[in-house]
Design a protein around this ligand. Structure first.
Ligand code: XUL
Ligand code: MN
Length: 346
């Protein structure tokens, strides 16, 4: 495998999923967290990303003391394995209180639950020595527009983020936008929305974003442009690379699987912005195909990293001078072919 020291790699326990989808049960036996951590270490990844209840299962039924002791036990396990906790994300889409949204639910009791759960998520992050919370705003949107007041919902989102910022003066928050699924339409569908929301909060410096390739594609955008946009604000603090074949359910395919050129351009964007140099991780939010056999369970992660590293080589060996000449001559047909030839190799 190509070697590179610029980038550190990460995935979450959910990326070793068991194959269940809305239409069928698991296709691989359920595995323990310890097994997943062991795979991560064996594959030579550097960090693990967590939902709050990946770290402390059944978190809502645990006391603060239990939360502390379980999170600390996990931290020890990670230390022993030499693995860092990259991010912690509150899972705000499972509990019955989040049926109609979490921070943007019409029911004030439900909004209160969502905020309290998020503050506990920050506590978990602290015990894991992690200063980055990711907010995937899963149910912050609507199925029908008339069911919620979208103007009020923006205020609710700002209020929730402000409560988190006040709870811990060092915590940073990265918003992970996604335009749809599970909602018909989400309130924060793109990086532009996420960064605009950040400016409304009490401490915009501590609010940034996470780009997921598939989510950008679902929004009809090019993930490379999203990367450049976020980086121009210094706001790209985490990354979920994967792939997506057009506008359908969120596929979380291996990086580069659907469109190698789009993947190449993401890597070029990361390279030109120096992503990773401030300690940011490259995470793969990819899932095994449902058909995957137990013995091939980690292949999508290894393959994504391999493709990423090969594309780093392609980005670094891109014939820049030749490309610049073609750009100066506005000969984009030749430029187009230059890119394809470079990707195809000899
Ligand atoms: C959902 C998604 C999540 C987040 C973490 O589409 O990508 O896995 O990355 O909550
Ligand atoms: Mn993701």
């Amino acid at each position: 495998m190509p070697k590179d020291t610029t980038y550190k790699f990460c995935f979450g326990p959910w990326n070793l999923s068991e194959g269940q989808d809305p239409y069928g049960p698991p296709t691989r036996p359920v595995q323990s967290f310890d097994w997943k951590l062991e795979q991560l270490k064996k594959l030579g990844f550097d960090a693990m990303m967590f939902h709050d209840d990946d770290a402390v299962p059944d978190i809502d039924n645990k006391s603060d003391a239990q939360l502390k002791s379980e999170a600390r036990a996990l931290k020890k396990k990670l230390d022993d394995a030499g693995i860092v906790a990259e991010i912690v994300a509150p899972r705000l889409w499972f509990d019955p209180r989040t049926i109609d949204g979490a921070y943007t639910s019409n029911d004030p009791k439900c909004r209160k639950y969502a905020i309290e759960r998020s503050l506990r998520c920050i506590d978990v992050a602290n015990y894991l020595d992690c200063d980055l919370i990711v907010l995937w705003l899963a149910r912050e949107g609507s199925y029908i527009r008339e069911s919620k007041n979208a103007r009020k919902c923006v205020d609710y989102l700002v209020e929730a983020v402000d409560k988190m910022l006040a709870h811990d003066k060092k915590i940073r928050i990265a918003i992970e936008p996604k335009p749809n699924e599970p909602m018909d339409l989400a309130y924060i569908p793109t990086i532009g929305h996420a960064l605009a929301l950040a400016t409304q909060t009490s401490d915009p410096k501590r609010v940034g974003c996470l780009i997921e390739s598939a989510h950008a594609i679902l929004a009809g955008l090019d993930p490379a442009d999203e990367i450049d946009f976020a980086c121009s604000f210094g706001k790209l603090w985490s990354l979920h690379l994967n792939d997506q074949n057009g506008l359908k359910f969120d596929q979380d395919k291996p990086f580069g699987s659907a469109n190698l050129r789009v993947a190449f351009n993401q890597v070029r964007a990361l390279e030109r912005n120096g992503y990773g140099k401030k300690g940011e991780y490259v995470a793969f939010d990819v899932h095994p195909f449902r058909t995957t056999k137990v013995e091939h369970w980690t292949a999508h992660l290894e393959n994504s990293r391999r493709t990423f590293l090969r594309l780093v080589e392609k980005a670094r060996t891109y014939p820049e001078a030749e490309a610049q000449k073609l750009i100066a001559d506005r000969n984009y047909a030749a430029l187009d072919q230059l890119v394809l030839e470079h990707l195809m190799g000899k």
